[in-house]
Design a protein around this ligand. Structure first.
Ligand SMILES: Nc1ccn([C@@H]2O[C@H](COP(=O)(O)OP(=O)(O)OP(=O)(O)O)[C@@H](O)[C@H]2O)c(=O)n1
Ligand SMILES: C[C@](O)(CO)[C@H](O)COP(=O)(O)O
Length: 394
């Protein structure tokens, strides 16, 4: 395997959620203000170890999917799944086969509490030699096997049992081959991908799962998940950011990720987007994790002319890695010109897309400084930002 493996993830979301009820496939039901699918997906979108992310959706679910997800650099167009989970995973694997990754992760859309730690451990277990790696937790109940009449026929030794979860990670060629062979052999009902690998004769390694990484299957699971999300994210923090750039010769400025025509440009090492820089610092401030210069030193030539989108995306990734969410980003631009109003909505949409939140969580305001000071004299422009984030409680 290459030193830095090419890793892809498939999120299966083509089920009907019949056991959960609720009138629509469960992955599109709302949970803490967002569709269930978007919770797990966002953790994968903000993980920097993945180069491709693919969602397998049900036939006819295209509109529900479009409304549920925020596009991102790694997210591929969705593919249509099949009648069973096994068939849906195979559809996802076939879609990746043209540019095969080294490692593929498979995750249920119905597991919203997946952590960056589980993704890291799944990748690391395969990167260091396993062909298949699944998270598992020790079983606390005594388990019985029963016959069709409910009579107990056996009691497996509990110490050897593990309840397995997703994300499950695999060497891509081995999983694709195992799935293709199982389908060709008429094997259709295997309930996880480790079972497909076991059927094909591959060893499967279990690494520690997380008891919190539950799958929402029944109606009461949604109620419990709602309660958990409401109480869990109770560490509310606020960070502020401020940035300034001087005008110089030029014909445009970047503000909030939008290129705006102007009779001046800005002096800057990167693209000089004061809005994205202030927003990045505000999120880093809320996390007490240094500032933009700590993460992207101006002395480093690789950031020369860099698009500031990546600075904000990096801060969003740090927030997601801590299990946090952005509650609100409020930005004020200070300049005599250019006029911000005509670009306000485009800026809100761009920042919402980078941060993976709705535009209702992004505010953009603007003011002149009444011709006073450096902004009033049109020597430069400035932006202030306040980010409110929610982190898991202590
Ligand atoms: N034909 C299928 C069936 C399931 N899944 C996905 O596999 C995951 C785990 O399946 P499960 O929790 O059983 O979901 P459903 O099949 O939707 O639920 P139900 O059996 O209650 O209808 C879910 O993210 C589900 O969307 C899938 O992609 N394609
Ligand atoms: C893949 C899985 O989540 C591992 O626990 C589980 O097997 C999915 O089962 P389901 O019957 O499709 O819910």
């Amino acid at each position: 395997m290459r030193s830095k493996p090419h890793v892809a993830a498939i999120v299966v979301a083509a089920g009907r959620g019949l056991r959960a009820g609720g009138g629509r496939p469960k992955q599109y039901r709302m949970l803490a203000g967002r569709p269930l699918l978007s919770h797990a997906l966002r953790t994968f979108q903000h993980h920097d170890g993945l180069s491709q992310l693919l969602v397998v959706i049900g036939a006819g679910d295209e509109d529900l999917y479009g409304a549920a997800v925020t596009l991102s650099a790694t997210l591929l167009p969705p593919v249509t799944g099949g009648e069973t989970r096994q068939a849906s995973v195979l559809a996802g694997l076939e879609a990746l086969a043209a540019t095969p990754p080294d490692i593929v992760l498979v995750h249920d859309a119905a597991r919203p509490f997946v952590s960056a730690r589980l993704i890291d451990d799944a990748i690391a277990t395969v990167a260091t030699g396993a062909v298949a790696a699944v998270p598992g937790t020790a079983v606390v109940d005594t388990i019985k096997t029963v016959d069709a009449d409910g009579r107990v026929v056996g009691t497996p030794e509990r110490a050897a049992l593990r309840a397995v979860q997703t994300p499950q990670a695999f060497a891509f060629p081995a999983l694709l081959d195992a799935h293709r062979r199982a389908a060709a052999a008429g094997i259709v009902g295997l309930t996880d991908d480790a079972s497909v690998m076991e059927w094909a004769g591959h060893p499967v390694t279990v690494f520690p799962g997380e008891s919190g990484n539950v799958k929402l299957t029944l109606p009461e699971d949604f109620d419990a998940a709602k309660r958990r999300m409401q109480t869990a994210m109770n560490d509310v923090r606020v960070g502020q950011g401020y940035d300034v750039h001087a005008f110089t010769e030029g014909d445009h400025v970047w503000l909030g990720g939008i290129r705006i025509a102007h009779d001046r440009g800005v002096l800057a090492h990167s693209d000089g987007d004061v809005v994205l820089h202030a927003a990045t610092d505000a999120i880093l401030g809320a996390l007490a994790d240094g500032d933009i210069g700590t993460h992207f030193p101006p002395s480093d030539p690789q950031w020369r002319g860099a698009s500031s989108d990546r600075f904000l995306a990096h801060a969003a990734g740090l927030l997601a890695a801590r299990g946090g969410r952005l509650a609100m980003l409020d930005v004020t631009v200070v300049c005599e010109a250019p006029r911000v109003g005509p670009h306000r909505e485009a800026m809100r949409e761009r920042m919402a897309a980078i941060l993976g939140v709705g535009t209702d969580r992004i505010a953009v305001k603007a003011t002149t400084s009444e011709k006073m000071g450096f902004t009033g004299r049109r020597e430069g422009l400035a932006a202030l930002a306040v980010a409110t984030v929610r982190l898991p409680g202590q």
